[in-house]
Design a protein around this ligand. Structure first.
Ligand code: C2E
Ligand code: MG
Ligand code: MG
Ligand code: MG
Length: 281
């Protein structure tokens, strides 16, 4: 039998497989508790108007305040959530909490202009097991937007119908990580997308790199022809901001402006960067 024939090698393999399965099941069980209990958090990263440096809204990014492991980022648990089916409940929580926060912001006259973008996974777009996880039944407040990636659209072709239905409800849709997939243009052609989020990998080489500038310029031209808003992701230096502004890009996000922060800090940021003023970018 394989185990005997492989001797130690096979046993080590079994052992490490066993450990990774146990780890995964542990994460899954803990994540179930996290979603049901009070361990998920939303951090908010400002979206900046590059013309005047004002904050037009935020992107909500989920975090898990793990009782032992500390603050965990989506890369540590979204995969497990998707594979285990917990993404429905997690996504529903993100939407509820994001909508609650957005309503709170917009109830203040000086913050009534803010938008909030929430990331959604493919499986969330499909008919979920639990009725209260149904995206189409959600009461979207004004200003709430959804972000999907191209792989979401390709992995779950049925998602297209749901996206069209959401767009018909008036929910604005953004294509996240634009340009990193194999069929970004096909996705724009097929789905009711209103915003392109230009992936960080296109922003990073700016302002140097003639070819890179040409690619960004082409995306901006395409977007202008299609009446799409472009948000440049992952802006880290003032030089990148200046280069994008020169190329005609009007919106951006990134550490150069602000990292994703808890709601209180996000509120302070928005109040310090109201539209119409001209703080330095
Ligand atoms: P994303 O939607 O493309 O979000 C942008 C990621 O880039 C975030 O990582 C953000 O913190 C990071 N970022 C922002 N500015 C900069 C910058 O200037 N430089 C660099 N190097 N990074 C920057 P984060 O928060 O770890 O999220 C990773 C991904 O996890 C997100 O990518 C999104 O796809 C997914 N995600 C986050 N929240 C949710 C959620 O609530 N539901 C689902 N389904 N996915 C989520
Ligand atoms: Mg996003
Ligand atoms: Mg992105
Ligand atoms: Mg990304």
């Amino acid at each position: 039998r394989a185990k005997q024939a492989g001797k130690n090698g096979a046993q080590l393999f079994d052992q490490s497989m066993h450990e990774s399965v146990v780890r995964r099941l542990t994460t899954e069980r803990e994540l179930r508790e996290a979603v049901a209990g009070d361990q998920l958090r939303l951090h908010y990263q400002p979206v900046i108007c590059l013309d005047d440096g004002s904050c037009t809204g935020f992107e909500a990014l989920v975090r898990w305040q793990h009782p032992v492991r500390g603050l965990l980022f989506p890369g540590d648990f979204i995969g497990v959530a998707e594979a285990s089916g917990l993404i429905g409940a997690l996504g529903a929580w993100v939407l509820q909490e994001g909508a609650r926060q957005l309503r709170e912001w917009r109830a203040r006259p000086e913050l009534a202009h803010l938008s909030l973008a929430v990331n959604v996974s493919g499986k969330q777009l499909l008919a979920p097991a639990q009725p209260d996880e149904r995206l189409l039944a959600f009461d979207f407040p004004p200003g709430l937007e959804l972000e999907v990636t191209e792989s979401t659209l390709i992995d779950t072709p049925e998602a297209g119908a749901h996206l069209r239905a959401l767009a018909q409800l008036g929910v604005p849709l953004s294509l996240d990580d634009f340009g990193t997939g194999y069929a970004s243009l096909a996705a724009v052609q097929r789905h009711p997308i209103g915003t392109l989020k230009l992936d960080r990998s296109f922003v990073a080489p700016l302002p140097a790199g003639k070819r890179q500038r040409a690619i960004v310029a082409s995306v901006l031209t395409l977007a202008a022809h299609l009446d799409l808003r472009v948000i440049a992701e992952g802006l880290e230096t003032p030089e990148q901001v200046a280069a994008l502004r020169d190329l005609g890009c009007r919106h951006g996000q990134g550490y150069v402006f602000c990292r994703p922060v808890p709601a209180g800090e996000a509120t302070a940021y928005a109040l310090a960067h109201l539209p119409g003023r001209r703080p330095d970018a």
